[in-house]
Write a protein that binds this ligand. Structure first.
Ligand code: EPS
Length: 390
């Protein structure tokens, strides 16, 4: 079974991620992992921190001579900002006077709930771990999951559908999402240039007012065979697993599969994807007229593109803060402000690609198994033949 964990604080020495359960014999190109980390750092509306960090994967174990060896993979990402925080966040006792308190909790952030839960007098340690910096570690192991999926012909990418109330209207075809991957500069990762410009104007507007913006990204998995996930048990449904994986990302407050939200307000005839039969393509000769289901029916992939959307609340750190209460005096004050991003929708999309890739890789390994890539691919190709002969 594919499992992964992360550790590390936002301003600690490093982030660490573990990935266990991949077959041996998968070729991993470190520059691909670093490119994914770079993609997550981009986007119009990031704050000052991204000028400091240059994320790069330092692989500690599980890969030798560029190949997985079946042992747990561990990856370290150094925080360049650590040099500015060593005295404020020492592992040893250090000087308590140099600790940097978060004096009043930010509405919308984990600050207050976390301080209450762990019985902290203020929110520094809550911020440190709740921060979206952690998603960099997920992207590192997600990149390795992507490399595995590619061997099965599956690719996972994302694009931005909305920033604030500026939204792209049409469904974006796979080729356009692929073209976004090759951009040298990532602004808002929106496939439509005119909409992207309006998104940028929206970010500029909130930059001026000291506010923040949320939005919507869509993750698309291309080349997913029918049969990943199952309706047989609630916690093995692919849609449920993807929803949990994407929802677990910082600031995500809703997840949609296919056109699930619009479907709730539409008659069945306008929602369900009619079935035809024609020339064998992809995996079978069964065809669909559209993909409102987002590639999943009954918790099982159906051979169409898997499409998952994540809805992000606006970032909770505001330059013009909302009302809060001082942790020490209990007096009303404005919420604490720390350097922050204003809009992270493109970056969240990249992190969600990683989560979707890890989820699909887990389901693929549950279906095809294998301790070496040769064994996994043999099983996969046997299944492909079964589908072709169906
Ligand atoms: C974050 C606050 C900012 C962001 C950070 C998430 O960091 P800092 O407090 O150091 O300015 O830049 O995101 C990242 C560092 C990252 O790599 O995405 C927060 O409070 O969640």
């Amino acid at each position: 079974m594919l499992r992964y964990f992360t550790a590390g604080e936002s301003h600690g020495e490093a982030l660490v991620a573990f990935l266990s359960g991949l077959p041996a014999g998968l070729k991993v190109d470190q520059s691909f992992v670093d490119r994914e980390l770079w993609r997550r750092q981009q986007g119009y509306g990031r704050g000052g921190r991204m000028k400091i960090e240059r994320d790069s994967a330092h692989i500690l174990s599980g890969i030798r001579h560029s190949m997985t060896i079946g042992s747990p993979i561990s990856v370290q990402l150094d925080n360049r900002d650590w040099k500015n925080w060593q005295e404020a966040l020492p592992v040893g006792e250090g000087d308590p006077a140099l600790h940097k308190r978060v004096a009043s909790p930010r509405p919308g952030h984990a600050d207050l709930a976390g301080a209450l839960k762990y019985n902290f007098p203020e929110a520094r340690y809550v911020l440190e771990r709740a921060s979206a910096r952690e998603s960099a570690a997920r992207v590192a192991v997600g990149a390795i999951a992507k490399v595995f999926l590619r061997e099965l012909g599956i690719e996972v990418l994302s694009h931005v559908v909305a920033v604030g109330n500026v939204a792209a209207q049409k469904e974006v075809p796979w080729e356009q999402i692929q073209a976004l991957y090759n951009q040298e500069e990532i602004l808002l990762n929106c496939a439509d240039p005119e909409t992207q410009q309006r998104m940028k104007d929206e970010v500029d507007k909130v930059l001026k007012t000291g506010d923040s913006l949320g939005g919507v990204f869509e993750v698309v998995a291309h080349g997913v065979p029918p049969g990943l996930g199952t309706y047989a048990q609630w916690d093995e449904r692919l849609d449920a697993l993807l929803a949990a994986a994407v929802m677990s990302l910082q600031a995500v407050k809703a997840v949609e599969i296919g056109s699930g939200i619009a479907a709730a307000a539409s008659p069945g005839s306008a929602v369900h994807d009619e079935i035809g039969y024609g020339q064998p393509a992809n995996f079978t000769a069964f065809t669909r007229t559209r993909n409102n289901a987002g590639g999943i029916e009954g918790g099982v992939s159906n051979g169409e593109e898997v499409r998952v959307r994540g809805y992000l609340k606006p970032i909770s750190t505001l330059r013009r803060p909302l009302q809060s209460v001082d942790f020490a005096t209990r007096e009303p004050v404005r919420a604490a402000y720390e350097r922050s991003d204003v809009c992270v929708v493109p970056a969240a999309g990249v992190a969600a690609e990683a989560m979707a890739a890890l989820t699909l890789a887990r389901c693929a390994l549950e279906k095809f198994g294998g301790d070496s890539m040769g064994e996994t691919l043999r099983n996969f190709h046997g299944y492909r033949r079964q589908l072709e002969n169906y």
